[in-house]
Ligand binder design. Structure first.
Ligand code: SF4
Length: 431
């Protein structure tokens, strides 16, 4: 149950807002300043390397999800479908195409510049490839692809690492030099990586605070704000270091006071602890969070917050091996991990975060996430003995969000957990 409190923003939230505003402001002025940009994707992004060449990252998925949260995607998707993109195409792509056709105005209301370079870090999703083909047709700009091998056997081998490093040396760095007009400076890259590792330590401390009872954070709905700077344009910057330091101290203070997570509706008094698999439904983000909050359900771990990097099992960017560490980072992103690896991860979360169960939000758009989720459901249930629940929606296509259906399923799921507890004599909300 959410307890209403005065809506007061934490200092870290204000800082993140300023960082985003500055970034989009810079992008909107590139025609005056001459700064160059690079469009690239979240999984396997090479932010530190781009910043070594002073290129500003633009993440089309982030623009799409922001459009979803701002209620713009209905119009954008309709525009893209009118241009001939089928209903089955990933809604992020259609949102982006619709946004471009409507003037390419980004999340802060400022116009985004056309790309100076398209950098496709290919982490297993074929749609990424088709999406950038569409952008290349529109913008006629240079494009480069970094092929990231899938962890089919569940591990990163030396030959996989070499394969990525060779592409970085032979294809990616030369085109970054050409587009930016700057020489590759490895010492500068190392400086970015030192800052990345510092911020990653603090992010992990924030995510792992959810092991505490009550959890001071919501690691899914709240978690998407926490991963924002790390997964997008800011990893490797001093701003990101300051943001994560500040966020960590706020979360630790909440934990010391025994407080639960703050939501837009107020503070949640923890009754159920769940792990969540799959991305949120951005068009109904607040509504979905409220459904969880009304049940007293706190998400203590989530896989979505690993889609742009998996840090909580020990990976940190390593300045001593700059290109190798970028390769390992790319290959370690969540959707590049095979299904047994994903089952292991979710089972570990359920155990280590002492969750009552786990919920899958299966989104229609993204097969990188949703393929195999029913197998994951069965396997994690079998391994942990904790119940799994299944809801369906979409990333940014509001036509696939049925509030009544989802609410019903969530209510039945939490009732089932309550009944199980009653049968074993454990009171609801007991620690
Ligand atoms: S299908 Fe999934 S991974 Fe691929 S572009 Fe769409 S949201 Fe991203």
């Amino acid at each position: 149950m959410a307890t209403p409190v005065a809506a007061k923003k934490d200092a870290s939230q204000d800082r993140q807002k300023r960082m985003i505003a500055d970034h989009y402001g810079r992008l909107s002025r590139t025609h005056l300043t001459g700064e160059k940009n690079c469009y690239t994707y979240v999984p396997g992004n090479l932010t530190e390397l781009l910043r070594t060449f002073d290129l500003l990252p633009v993440l089309p998925e982030i623009n799409a999800l922001q459009s979803g949260m701002r209620g713009k995607t209905r119009e954008y998707i309709a525009a893209a479908e009118k241009e001939g993109h089928s209903e089955d195409v990933c809604a992020y792509v259609k949102s982006d195409i619709g946004m471009i056709s409507s003037g390419n105005v980004g999340p802060t209301g400022e116009r985004l510049p056309p790309p100076d370079l398209l950098l496709l870090s290919y982490t297993g999703c074929f749609t990424f490839l088709k999406w950038f083909e569409l952008l290349r047709e529109k913008y006629k700009c240079p494009i480069v692809m970094l092929h990231v091998p899938y962890q089919g056997e569940g591990a990163i081998t030396p030959s996989m690492r070499k394969y990525v490093v060779d592409q970085l040396k032979e294809k990616v760095i030369p085109i970054l030099e050409e587009v930016s007009g700057k020489k590759y400076d490895e010492d500068r890259l190392r400086e970015h990586l030192v800052r990345s590792a510092a911020a990653e330590d603090d992010l992990v401390a924030v995510l792992q605070s959810a092991k505490h009872r009550p959890s001071p954070i919501d690691a899914y709905f709240g978690g998407v704000y926490y991963i924002g700077p790390m997964f997008t344009a800011f990893r490797g910057t001093q701003d990101a270091v300051e943001y994560y330091k500040e966020l960590r101290s706020e979360v630790e203070a909440r934990m010391a006071q025994g407080k639960g997570p703050i939501t837009p509706e107020g503070e949640i008094v923890e009754k159920y602890r769940v792990v969540v698999e799959g991305p949120p439904a951005w068009t109904h983000f607040r509504e979905l969070w409220k459904m969880f909050g009304d049940e007293g359900a706190v998400c203590v771990a989530s896989t979505y917050t690993k889609v742009g990097g998996t840090y909580d099992f020990g990976f940190r960017h390593d300045p001593a091996h700059p290109l190798e560490t970028l390769a390992d980072y790319c290959m370690g992103c969540y959707t590049n991990i095979n299904l047994p690896g994903r089952v292991d991860m979710i089972s570990r979360y359920v155990e280590e975060y002492a969750a009552d169960g786990f919920l899958i939000n299966s989104v229609k758009s993204c097969k990188s996430f949703s393929a195999g989720q029913l197998m994951i459901l069965r396997e994690v249930e079998k391994r942990t003995g904790r119940p799994g629940g299944f809801i369906e929606s979409d990333l940014v296509d509001a036509r696939y969000f049925s509030a009544a259906n989802i609410k019903n399923r969530l209510e039945s799921y939490f009732q089932m957990i309550a009944q199980k507890r009653a049968a074993t004599g454990v009171a609801v909300g007991a620690s």
